[in-house]
Design a protein around this ligand. Sequence first.
Ligand SMILES: Cc1cc2nc3c(=O)[nH]c(=O)nc-3n(C[C@H](O)[C@H](O)[C@H](O)COP(=O)(O)O)c2cc1C
Length: 334
Amino acid sequence: MKVPTLKFGNKLVDTPIVQGGMAVKVSTSELAVAVAEQGGVGIIGGTGLSMEELRQQVREARDATRGLLGVNIMVAAREFKEAVMVALKEKVDVIVAGAGFSRDVFTICREWKTPVMTMVSSVKVARLAERLGAAAVIVEGCDAGGHLGTEEKTAALMPAICEAVSIPVIAAGGFADGEDIGRMLELGAAGVQLGTRFLLSEECTVHKNFKNLLLNAKASDLVRIISPVGLPANAINTPLVQKHLAGDPVIRSTDCNRCLKHCNHSFCILKALLAASQDGDYERGLFFTGKRYTDIKSVEPVKKIFADLLQGARDYLSQPSGPVPGAGSQPTPG
Ligand SMILES: Cc1cc2nc3c(=O)[nH]c(=O)nc-3n(C[C@H](O)[C@H](O)[C@H](O)COP(=O)(O)O)c2cc1C
């Protein structure tokens, strides 16, 4: 089996690698452009930006590449529809709806003739997305970065969802190398989405403390929290997270700008994510990450990450799947 191209809606990319949208200034235009230039799908994290910032980000990216660019917007964000409209007016190639499910986005994007991908973690929601007109579904398991919709691993979810829908299925969550990509393609994935691997790239514009924190953290530093949005997420166990887990009222959010449709105000997630991505502040920051950060050993340019991922996937897929014919019974040549 060869590493396939990725087709969704009327779009085609050479490489079936999607860079996961990462909110609050983690996946900005620099990263999305670098990925698009390598023949993958580059995604700007649209949540946590003002509408003007988002417009600016998409324009910068559009001016810098002819590759495929999208915007990911959290359905849980209060300005979800406004952000979708900004992205559509700036002519992005794809809208990705994450952290929740929106029916309206399909109607809006159909009018704008722009494909929509939506994050799913069950057969039921994948079928619904297909019925409503999704160009692809992104199946995200419990090892992923960002908000989670399931306790199942991606590999466990994939076979049933691939069987249930006929649109492309993209696997996400817990992937660090090319072998992971090969495995998912073998399971029927049309593409693979990675977040943390691209957070740990040179082009990702987060504060260097965020990258160093992940590079130096042990597996035991990861905890599962229920974020103020009300969804589970994987995060590094920093002082803010410890206070949150202990129910400490000292971190409760007081001055709120209502960035979310629903929030329990246990702390201000927008400020905490900004403290992580912009200030690299260990005390006040919320550092979301996928579980496989321990397998990523260095910050590298996106070009090298792509080359290694693709080589790894090719090597994996070119291995004979069954026992090597005649192995161990043939005399060695020469
Ligand atoms: C810091 C961070 C922020 C994220 N923000 C979003 C987001 O705004 N919307 C979304 O749908 N997914 C978000 N994700 C999930 C990614 O898009 C991607 O699906 C996920 O990271 C894949 O898992 P991996 O990190 O193990 O590769 C985020 C992930 C991280 C690490």
